[in-house]
Design a protein around this ligand. Structure first.
Ligand code: GRF
Length: 223
């Protein structure tokens, strides 16, 4: 065997957290399968037994973990149980992919620099929910999606990568959401690739890209 074919690329171990559809998780699986994304999804966690995204994990033979928040007295004990289950898989990164539960400060601090999220807006614009309608109501000409590190304040951690989606005349929240989601499926795997290849890193609250402090996110143009 020669050169590139014999070189073993080590795969970044991750655990994915989701609560619903799971299309971002599916995009990551597709990128692993199709584009050789050097990532190994060791487990998928959900707070909802009926989350549709769990089926992608089962079909791919990936472990699934479901815990019901109703079985725990408070957020802290739920998050502690979740953390123990996640840590058993020793992930280098934990990926929020449509995980629709507020995380406790202890949980977020435990994974500082190892917790990523995808959010459907050009952060810091439109934190929280219902981003597409709010973007239309605000009359912005550009909307999009962001991959960011998670810190304790909701949707406020350092942004790594964004895809910009122009708002078109006649757009509805649905048409805009569709185009933004296409870009989410592009940028989450790309940010993971950068992490896996060592281009993206975190050092005490500072994001590094190719060894340099990243002061503003990388941006890609969508359509
Ligand atoms: C995506 O829009 C993501 O940005 C947001 O939640 C949605 C999850 O969609 N955080 P899916 O479950 O990945 O299809």
């Amino acid at each position: 065997m020669s050169g590139s074919t014999s070189r073993r690329v080590s795969r970044l171990p991750v655990v994915v957290l989701l609560s619903g559809r799971g299309s971002n998780f599916k995009a990551i699986l597709d990128a692993i399968e199709r584009d050789g994304l050097p990532v190994e999804v060791r487990a998928v966690f959900s707070n909802k037994a009926d989350a549709r995204g769990l089926a992608y994990a089962r079909n791919a033979g990936i472990d699934t973990i479901v815990l019901n928040p109703g079985d725990y007295p408070d957020r802290y004990s739920f998050d502690r149980a979740m953390q123990a289950r996640i840590d058993a898989y020793q992930p280098a990164l934990v990926l929020l992919a449509g995980y629709m539960r507020i995380l406790s400060g202890d949980f977020v601090r435990h994974y500082a620099g190892r917790l990523l999220n995808i959010h459907p807006s050009l952060l810091p614009a439109f934190r929280g929910l219902d981003t597409h309608q709010r973007a239309l109501d605000a009359g912005v000409s550009e909307h999009g999606a962001s991959v960011h590190f998670v810190t304790e304040e909701l949707d406020s951690g350092p942004v790594v990568l964004q895809a910009v989606v122009p708002v078109k005349a006649g757009d509805t929240a649905e048409t805009l959401a569709r185009r933004v989601l296409e870009q989410e499926h592009r940028i989450y795997p790309l940010a993971l690739r950068w992490f896996a290849e060592g281009r993206l890193d975190w050092n005490r609250g500072q994001v590094l890209f190719d060894g340099q402090a990243l002061h503003s996110p990388q941006r890609l143009a969508g359509c």
